[in-house]
Ligand binder design. Structure first.
Ligand code: G
Ligand code: G
Ligand code: MN
Ligand code: NA
Length: 234
């Protein structure tokens, strides 16, 4: 991606659209809240690529701030949490005192490592001002769980790679059970991401995973009413 195209998004955050994907309590079927996902035309059509490119150009914090602004401009849903993806770079730079809210979940997404002390300091500021913290994309790599030990998150989000591997293999299910134990020990609740198949949902429910998200439960939609009604909740 071209640097100038990324700079154009940063200068004009009004171009950023926000989609909402419901997160559901796997026991009660009730709504936990929504993850906000940025979308749009052109380079905004594939935000994964966009954020990786922005990191390479050292524009991550600026892009993060622009997206955070776009998400908050959309307001809070009528009920539940609003979970916003923020990289370590953005988390440190966005003013927690101005934006923290009891219904805000900061979903920490990693692109390049930052000073751990600076990061824990920023997380404390967000939490001290009332926001919740989630660690995003925790996969089979034990290092990510170890990082979570220091960050003391309220929620840990299991990556799709972890969820998809759980069906049919008892050893993988055992691994999931152990990962859940670690999360419980940390005092964090688990949100399983990328649930696509009924078999995956069943395994996660049997294990006692608290919350879930994925195409099976509801796709990202341009408005939360639509997202939750399409998910069969509204
Ligand atoms: O291309 P795809 O939609 O799969 O990419 C999604 C990726 O983009 C995810 O990793 C997600 O965390 C990231 N993402 C989506 N919205 C935002 C945002 O507002 N801020 C940040 N930092 N990342 C986001
Ligand atoms: O990295 P992060 O967890 O923020 O990425 C979220 C991304 O995953 C979004 O782009 C979202 O559209 C996508 N996503 C949400 N649910 C599913 C799913 O069930 N399967 C797959 N493959 N992707 C999903
Ligand atoms: Mn996420
Ligand atoms: Na992410």
């Amino acid at each position: 991606l071209k640097k100038s195209d990324i700079e154009a998004v940063i200068k004009n955050p009004g171009r950023i659209r926000v989609y909402y994907q419901p997160v559901v309590n796997l026991t009660s079927g009730r709504l936990w809240g929504y993850e906000a996902l940025v979308r749009g035309e052109g380079i905004l059509a594939k935000p994964g690529r966009l954020f990786k490119s922005a990191a390479a150009y050292r524009l991550l914090s600026e892009l993060d701030t622009a997206c955070f602004w776009a998400v908050l401009a959309g307001g809070y849903p009528p009920e539940g949490y609003l979970s916003v993806n923020v990289t370590a770079a953005g988390l440190v730079d966005i003013d927690a005192g101005a934006y923290a809210n009891p219904r805000l979940v900061i979903e920490l997404t990693e692109y390049g490592c930052r000073d751990i002390q600076q990061l824990t300091g920023a997380l404390s500021a967000w939490r001290g001002n009332g926001a919740r913290i989630a660690i995003d994309d925790v996969g089979p790599d034990i290092g990510q769980l170890r990082a979570a030990l220091h960050l003391k998150p309220d929620f840990i989000k299991w990556d799709r790679s972890l969820v998809a591997s759980c069906v049919g293999h008892s050893s993988k299910r055992l691994f999931l059970a152990q990962a859940l134990e670690v999360c419980r020990y940390l005092g964090a609740e688990v949100i399983a991401e990328g649930i696509e198949r009924p078999g995956e949902l069943k395994v996660l429910q049997d294990l006692g995973v608290e919350y879930g998200q994925g195409y099976l439960l509801g796709r990202p939609q341009p408005g939360w009413e639509k997202a939750w009604v399409m998910a069969g909740g509204g």
